[in-house]
Design a protein around this ligand. Structure first.
Ligand SMILES: Nc1ncnc2c1ncn2[C@@H]1O[C@H](COP(=O)(O)OP(=O)(O)OP(=O)(O)O)[C@@H](O)[C@H]1O
Ligand SMILES: [Mg+2]
Length: 263
């Protein structure tokens, strides 16, 4: 088992009441898990807790988390430096926002590679080109010489994903990675993410509002509501036979075309 999360609870700041509670799931090598749920249900909190990057004084108040045999709750800073970016990496909703607008993409990509490896600048540049090519980005040299504002949202997101997969992490955490994009680009990027994850036998947790995306990409699904997991299991089983009212409502909102529900 790659990731094992048991009874996770997270509280923010001095608030004694946990924002999420009793969150339990596990992930094997090569598995893709989708998390769906209403806004504020705690999806982002779950994946930020895994990487120990909770904002606002957020902290794990109870539970257990193990990744690749390591207890994540007792890991020191050095341990985290070895994990983040290399074994576990994160893809955000808008990678363009995560990058510095006054430096070229190449400068940031090369720096990122050099922080996590002992490659010289030239080899790091070549590695960046390889990764951009993997994400189907044409003219990677031109992209490395560009600034984030010169690229479309879809291209920026592909750059973000290229960076996240640079060191072939075992686990990708993707927080609504395509929801800022138009439908066509969304579909392409979801396809690319799946291709890359499956190809590397890596695992992924993807947060999405889109049940169609979840159905297409994931093996397992958890549905969250009010800080709790209200339903979890194999994606296709849940979609064919939802138990919880909230899941039924979610499914009912997916359009039906010619008697077939497109999830
Ligand atoms: N920085 C923060 N400081 C304090 N409380 C926070 C913070 N971030 C999140 N929370 C609390 O955690 C709850 C869940 O937030 P979270 O971002 O995990 O939800 P989400 O399911 O990802 O929502 P969305 O679909 O809108 O992204 C919020 O309603 C809020 O109470
Ligand atoms: Mg969120």
């Amino acid at each position: 088992m790659l990731l094992d999360v048991k009874n996770l609870a997270v509280s923010y700041g001095k608030n004694p009441k946990p924002t999420i509670e009793g969150v339990t799931f596990d992930l094997d090598d090569g598995e893709i898990l989708a998390i769906v749920g209403e806004s504020g249900s705690g999806k982002t909190t779950v994946i930020r807790a895994i990487l120990n990057v909770l904002p606002g004084g957020g902290h794990v108040s109870s539970g257990e988390m193990t990744f690749d045999g390591q207890n994540l709750l007792t890991l020191d800073e050095k341990g985290w430096r070895n994990l983040r970016g290399e074994k576990i990496s994160m893809i955000f909703q808008d990678s363009g926002n995560m990058m510095n607008p006054v430096h070229t993409i190449g400068k940031q990509f090369v720096e990122y590679i050099r922080v996590h490896s002992d490659l010289d600048k030239k080899s790091a540049w070549e590695m960046a080109i390889d990764k951009l090519e993997l994400m189907n980005l044409p003219n990677p040299e031109t992209i490395l010489n560009s600034y984030t504002f010169e690229l479309s949202g879809g291209m920026r997101q592909r750059v973000g994903i290229a960076m996240a997969i640079t060191f072939q992490p075992k686990l990708l955490l993707a927080d609504e990675p395509t929801s800022a994009l138009d439908v066509t680009t969304q579909a392409q990027i979801v396809g690319e993410l799946m291709f890359i994850t499956r190809g590397a036998n890596a695992s992924m947790i993807i947060v999405t509002h889109n049940l169609g995306v979840a159905s297409y990409i994931s093996d397992k699904l958890i549905v969250m509501s009010g800080g709790k997991v209200v339903e979890s299991g194999k994606t296709q089983e849940i979609i064919q036979n939802p138990q919880h009212e909230y899941t039924k409502t979610l499914l009912a909102s997916v359009p039906e075309i010619g008697g077939r529900r497109y999830v």
